[in-house]
Design a protein around this ligand. Structure first.
Ligand code: 6R9
Length: 695
């Protein structure tokens, strides 16, 4: 047809992409809104109607912008940055970087010398532009009939009250503030209040245990924690304040004492009378915040002043404090949000991520607010009271952009489609996916059933470290391939390298790296720049190494294949095998543990633990439960192993290295694929493990 020919021609021009994308020999395509995407389709094309209204309307337009962003990054990004308010413009050099460890320390700076404030750009700037009465936040509570909303003006006022309070108790520019809150409006409010006064927020996902929380308090040396007394998730009450109390006590024993614990009284879950309290340290939010003025001058910051810390799991050791700074992060999250979701001022945007993760930082709070968007926040679980809740929310708020994780798609897919089709969903126009690769069948269900074959899917590949999307479709611009994150965002130069760090061109697979910096990149690991360089820049000198495997097909599309290091991705949550192992061995009866990820239908991967007990301790289901509980207590429920496999011994090389490759095969019962086990110190261990597999 005419449209497919058109795209064929467009795709020809992709040869200018650095990846060396080629032409397409054949094209099985459906056009958005005209038919169902099936197993046979290579491509799903945007409808003419969608493409015509899109922010980027064709591959050619993308290529033109992309080319400019690579050839003249300083010009490209400073033009965009100029749309924001800067108290003072940046210096003559827009970007200053050393990306090559062999040439000295890694250093990334964007807009250095520029003076701005991200909270001002999210709120004051939008209010001054006439958006004061526009809804900034719709809040949907756990229960069906509980909701609230705030306009941009109201949000600004509340943020100022919190900012004034924080200043009053002595929080200053550069101080870390720990936020341990569920998805209440107070969560983004507190983040923005910190940003307003230059305090460095460190949000800890409220599903983390007290031990994980105290670890983060200690590492960041915070003096203030902001939390709430309890929250209802589904039909369960979670007593957050108790968890915080324990964490604060632990931290004090390690020399970091919290002066103030500001606690929001969440009356829907627990009254203040029933909340444990420490006079002098604990303060009720409702008792102090409303008394403060609703205006608060902003602290003007250098573009390279820190904005936030967010801890994430690595393949070894304790969690890493990823540090993001102000200016580049601001420009990058705003721009990626606008283009990857084809954002228009009339959109109603809902991202199901919790603000405790990077997605909630960049694409619940900063990216959307910088664009003056209306954001839906949902407090509860996606399947409460039933599997239709998400579509109920979509219809209630007329959501136009819906951004979620493959694990949710897969879990809803298992329920009857009737939970979906009983709702209209006709407001939807763009769908998004993040957290892990989305398998083609889940992609198609998302596309055909949720989106009624009308809505492009932005499968956004990125990381806590990258601050914003690096590889993502631009809806309307690109023909999509189910399961592919498609092409690099503006300014991003992905490369695929082999084991030796040599770039491979064209159709290939290998390790995904990035050449040159982008404005949203993290600048260091808090307090450990050496680990930053070792983990991300030393494996392949000259590049940022993502830790992900990736292949590029004949048309230049990128396909992410998952982590290549010892990080497991469970329902889109990053968990280091080392962290789970160290939790397990902290149990007095556990001598050794080795943890691997196995494929899981809904969660993507699940945690599978091989455990060696102390001599003489008998196997029992009781002990299994205790071990799982230990992990829940030390990390959080989301990191609990699904399986404890008793291991009289672990397969090790003669130098004592655990052969995880063998354990992965045993865990997934691919026993005929164990490979060469002759280098094991004791090959018999493998047989013992197989015998105990189902006991
Ligand atoms: C944003 C976020 C990062 C890791 C990353 C990769 C996986 C995220 C993905 C994806 C394939 C996608 N990942 N998005 N894999 N396709 N669209 O999730 O950050 O928690 O730091 O996790 O998640 O493995 O390396 P984070």
């Amino acid at each position: 047809s005419h449209r497919t020919d058109n795209y064929l021609r467009h795709m020809e021009s992709m040869k200018i992409l650095p990846s060396g994308a080629g032409r397409i020999p054949h094209l099985n395509a459906v056009i958005l809104g005209e038919s169902l995407a099936t197993e046979e389709d290579d491509f799903v094309l945007p409808s003419e109607q969608f493409a015509n209204q899109a922010n980027v309307q064709s591959p050619e337009q993308y290529l033109e912008m992309y080319k400019r962003s690579i050839e003249d990054p300083a010009g490209f990004w400073s033009e965009i940055a100029s749309q924001f308010y800067w108290k003072q413009k940046w210096g003559h050099q827009v970007v200053h970087e050393n990306f090559d460890v062999t040439k000295g320390n890694i250093k990334i700076e964007w807009f250095k010398g520029g003076i701005t404030n991200i909270c001002y750009n999210c709120l004051d700037r939008n209010v001054e532009a006439g958006l004061g009465d526009k809804v900034a936040l719709y809040w949907e509570g756990n229960e069906l009939d509980v909701d609230a909303k705030l306009t941009y003006t109201q949000l600004l006022h509340q943020v100022c009250q919190v900012a004034n309070y924080l200043k009053d108790i002595g929080v200053k520019k550069g101080d870390a503030v720990i936020i341990y809150l569920p998805m209440l409006m107070e969560l983004p409010i507190t983040m923005l209040a910190c940003a307003r006064i230059g305090a460095v927020h460190s949000v800890v996902f409220a599903g983390f245990s007290s031990e994980s929380l105290s670890q983060r308090i200690i590492d960041s040396k915070a003096k203030v924690v902001i939390t709430c007394n309890a929250v209802k998730r589904g039909s369960k009450v979670i007593y957050l304040k108790d968890i915080v109390d324990t964490a604060i006590n632990d931290s004090a024993q390690n020399g970091v004492s919290i002066d103030v614990c500001l606690t929001y009284e969440n009356t829907l879950a627990l009254t203040r009378e029933d909340t444990k309290w420490k006079e002098g340290r604990d303060i009720w939010w409702q008792d102090v915040i409303p008394q403060y003025p609703t205006t608060c001058p902003v602290e003007w910051l250098d573009a390279e002043d820190p904005l936030f810390l967010l801890y994430t799991s690595g393949s070894t050791g304790k969690p890493k404090g990823v540090l993001h700074t102000t200016g580049g992060y601001m420009v990058y999250t705003a721009t990626t949000f606008k283009y990857a979701f084809d954002y228009k001022p009339s959109d109603i945007y809902w991202c199901t991520a919790d603000c405790g993760w990077i997605t909630g930082h960049s694409y619940v709070t900063y990216g959307p607010m910088l664009n003056g968007a209306t954001v839906v926040l949902y407090e509860g679980a996606p399947n409460y009271p039933d599997a239709g809740r998400s579509w109920n929310i979509v219809d209630k708020y007329k959501v136009t952009i819906f951004y979620t994780a493959p694990t949710l798609v897969r879990s809803l897919m298992r329920d009857s489609d009737e939970y979906v089709t009983r709702y209209s969903r006709k407001s939807l126009r763009v769908l998004g996916s993040v957290g892990e690769p989305i398998n083609p069948s889940a992609w198609r269900w998302f596309y055909n059933v949720i989106g009624d074959s009308r809505c492009p899917i932005s499968d956004t590949w990125w990381q806590t470290e990258t601050g914003g999307f690096l590889i993502t479709p631009l809806p309307g611009a690109w023909p999509q391939k189910p399961g592919s994150a498609t092409f690099p965002f503006f300014g991003v130069q992905p490369v695929i390298v082999d084991e030796k760090g040599v770039e491979i061109d064209g159709e290939c697979s290998g390790y995904l790296c990035v050449k040159r910096s982008w404005p949203g990149a993290f600048r260091t690991l808090y307090g450990d720049h050496e680990r930053y360089e070792t983990t991300y820049f030393k494996p392949f000198a000259g590049y940022y190494f993502s830790g992900d495997g990736c292949s590029r097909d004949k048309d230049g599309y990128y396909w992410l294949t998952g982590r290549v290091d010892d990080v497991i991705n469970v329902s889109g949550h990053r968990i280091g095998t080392a962290e789970v192992e160290s939790a397990l061995v902290s149990h007095a009866q556990c001598a050794e543990a080795a943890v691997v990820g196995v494929e899981h239908e809904v969660k993507g991967q699940s945690i599978y633990a091989f455990v060696t007990l102390v001599d003489g301790v008998p196997y029992s289901d009781e002990l299994r439960k205790e071990l799982v509980l230990t992990v829940r207590k030390q990390i959080g429920a989301f990191a609990a192993p699904d399986k404890i496999h008793w291991a009289p011994g672990l397969p090790k090389t003669r130098s004592g290295k655990i052969m995880r490759r063998v354990l992965r095969k045993i865990a997934s019962r691919q026993l005929d694929e164990l490979g060469d086990t002759s280098t094991l110190a004791d090959p018999n261990v493998v047989n013992q493990l197989i015998e105990l597999a189902d006991s």
